[in-house]
Design a protein around this ligand. Sequence first.
Ligand code: SF4
Ligand code: SF4
Length: 80
Amino acid sequence: MSCFTKKRQRSEKKPECLRCGRCCILSDGRPCDYMIMYLTAPRSYCMIYPRRIGAILRTGQICAKRSELKKNFEECPYNE
Ligand code: SF4
Ligand code: SF4
């Protein structure tokens, strides 16, 4: 297998959420009301996960796909 192929396979690997909860902290600095935090990994759980997309979280804030949040969070596999 060529290095090129290996590199391409790596970049096409689907990101897997580590459930650290960092992207569920809203713009006012408070965690989303739908997030449950644990003391150990995986750290977070979304109470409305199957129907979260488009859910109103706070004034002017809705839940969106991680790929649409153009923000890098520490150690997040979705970072660009
Ligand atoms: S920041 Fe990344 S790893 Fe953490 S919960 Fe969000 S998507 Fe998952
Ligand atoms: S609704 Fe969205 S922001 Fe809130 S906990 Fe679920 S995934 Fe995170």
